[in-house]
Design a protein around this ligand. Structure first.
Ligand SMILES: [Zn+2]
Length: 160
């Protein structure tokens, strides 16, 4: 947790709705009036197991705002994405996920993937950015705490 720097952007540039493909990193196009249906969530680059975990976690957390896409990308591509979005990743530190708020896209550095518990913990944080529509870590964490509670409750319910 100490070493984690999370970065989120509100917007790249006003009025820019489609960025197309840059350096092989998939960059999103924003659909109009996208419905909040978990079925519309695109999970890209994940293993079947990762995708299943992610979908069930998101269902349990029942976030106010769903991401439209979650991209699991190799470390190099992840760094490319941070460059495209002009995110500053301090040397010696790594971010492992970030959310691009304008397109409701979450990027996950798949080379740093540490299992489903890790995924749920940090996805709660990214969903917190989306729900609060804020790049501030404090705002995201405030919402994330509630989402993590729901994840925990569901685990307790399952073990009974
Ligand atoms: Zn954050």
């Amino acid at each position: 947790m100490k070493l984690r720097i999370c970065i989120a952007l509100v917007s790249l540039a006003a009025g820019q709705f489609s960025w197309g493909q840059t350096n092989g990193v998939p960059t999103p196009t924003i659909p109009q009036n996208a419905p909040l249906d978990p079925g519309t969530l695109a999970v890209i680059g994940a293993t079947a197991e990762q995708e299943a975990s992610l979908r069930s976690q998101i269902q349990i957390m029942h976030p106010k705002v769903l991401p439209l896409r979650v991209l699991f990308v190799p470390h190099g591509k992840y760094l490319d994405a941070t460059r495209i979005f002009q995110l500053h990743v301090p040397q010696g530190f790594g971010s492992m996920m970030f959310t691009h708020l304008a397109s409701r896209t979450v990027y996950v550095d798949n080379d740093r993937y540490m299992g489903t518990e890790w995924l749920g913990h940090w996805m709660a944080h990214e969903l917190g950015h989306l729900a609060s529509n804020s790049t501030k870590e404090g705002d995201a964490e405030k919402v994330a705490r509630e989402y993590r509670k729901r994840l925990k409750q569901s685990l307790v319910a399952k073990s009974h």
